[in-house]
Design a protein around this ligand. Structure first.
Ligand SMILES: [Zn+2]
Ligand SMILES: [Zn+2]
Length: 299
């Protein structure tokens, strides 16, 4: 056995982590537990999804438990924004004052987290390690979010919690800047992100960070004005730039402000941006702040 092989085995055995819980939220459940990171190696054909179920994953449909916070009256969310969601994974339903976003959680872009038999599977471009599990496996979890069609700012902000805190235009859940109870994102975790800023956790594929500037990325927002998705409080989230390509200068601590976007036909409404700040290295998180509206539970 050569040295490289030994190094690989040692690294494979050492790396541990778990997914998706805010360090700031005191009202958390402890459902997502440690998982091994699989070091990338072309010769390793182990299928981690064949391991016995250890009973540690959240139940499908488990409710987040956000408190309802009173809000000021809000402006109508521009409906043309919903045309940007991936129709293969996402269904949008409009019902009076409410909008429901349902998704199977499957992205419409390439990633090494697809199963190798899938047409969207690619070899890793930026990830140097991978979390266990693949899209289309038992880890998949569909998500549903119902928001006000005119979300307002809440009387107080709410820290983000475990699991999905928003839904991306691709249909993939958006997670916050933590990877476990009291565990902020760190280099070892970021090494498992694909170019889309995503990886697989105990409840499936999800994004933590802005996508990366690589030729393979033809879809996702990177240092631009593209729509990123919708957060659990009903506010849209855009890329780092305004529609005139400038960086907004009046963002609150969650990346939000009131202004017009390419979808709003000149109407001003509250929306978030990805904050143009490095979290560490060249990593920019999608949403590391608190909800400024009243968050709805993503089921
Ligand atoms: Zn994660
Ligand atoms: Zn803006």
């Amino acid at each position: 056995m050569n040295f490289k092989k030994i190094t690989f085995i040692v690294l494979s055995a050492l790396l541990l982590f778990s997914c998706g819980q805010s360090s700031k939220n005191n009202n958390q459940d402890k459902t997502e537990k440690s998982d091994e990171i699989k070091k990338i190696d072309g010769d390793d054909k182990t299928d981690r999804d064949e391991r016995p179920d250890r009973g540690e994953r959240p139940e499908r449909g488990e409710k987040r438990k956000y408190e309802v916070i009173p809000t000021a009256p809000g402006k109508a969310t521009p409906l043309s924004a919903f045309d940007e969601f991936n129709p293969n994974s996402v269904t949008i339903s409009f019902d009076g004052d409410e909008i429901t976003i349902d998704s199977d959680g499957h992205p419409n872009h390439t990633t090494p987290y697809w199963q190798e038999s899938d047409s969207l599977y690619i070899k890793p471009v930026v990830a140097i390690a991978q979390t266990p599990g693949r899209i289309g496996s038992h880890r998949d979890r569909s998500i549903s979010l119902t928001v006000s069609a005119s979300p307002g700012l809440a009387v107080k902000s709410t820290s983000t919690g475990l699991g999905p805190i928003g839904i991306s235009v691709t249909g993939v859940p958006i997670f916050n800047d933590s990877e476990g109870p009291g565990r902020a994102l760190e280099e070892k975790i970021a090494e498992t992100f694909d170019y889309a800023g995503g990886h697989v956790g105990p409840s499936g594929y999800h994004y933590h960070s802005e996508s990366m500037d690589v030729p393979e990325n033809t879809l996702l927002s990177h240092d631009d004005k593209k729509l990123v998705g919708i957060m659990a409080d009903g506010f849209l989230i855009y890329g780092r730039r305004e529609m005139d390509d400038s960086y907004p200068s009046d963002l609150d601590e969650s990346g939000g402000h009131t202004g017009a976007t390419q979808h709003s036909n000149g109407e001003e409404f509250y929306h978030y941006h990805i904050i143009n700040e490095y979290y560490f290295g060249n990593l920019i998180v999608l949403f590391g702040g608190d909800f400024k509206g009243s968050p709805n539970n993503i089921l």
